[in-house]
Ligand binder design. Sequence first.
Ligand code: BTN
Length: 150
Amino acid sequence: MGQATPFLLVLSLALGAHGLSAQKCVLAGDWQNDLGSNMTISPVDEKGNFTGTYNTSVATIPSKIQTSPLQGFQKNLTAPIRQPTFGFTVNWNTSEANSITVFTGQCFVDKTGKEVLKTVWLLRLHANNIENYWNATLVGTNDFHRLKKQ
Ligand code: BTN
């Protein structure tokens, strides 16, 4: 007991110093981004594939977009990489829009110990003809934070 105490103290200080960077960022779960859109990602399989659903809070078209499916891939599956890169595509579920969005980014643990998905996206809208191709792609960024369990 007497000898173990200083050892445990040193161990906890060492872990504290590296604690946040050592925390793992996990893609699976419920997320909300800075626009208020919600997304659920299912557990990533052993090859890095994942699926999920997306509910966007904004849209380029007036009619409401239903819950839409997403499919993605996570890199860095091996243990030492704890903040993995990923990409996914959302296939918008609406009869009105023929748009599609691709997201890519990285799952980080921030300075406060919270997970954040830092992403960039390309939203491809449908152009009616090739002359209108030039303005049919939007680009932006979204940060996603994990939704607390209810
Ligand atoms: C469309 O408007 O044609 C489909 C919906 C697009 C929603 C975009 S995707 C990028 C950005 N992030 C969101 O959560 N929603 C918008």
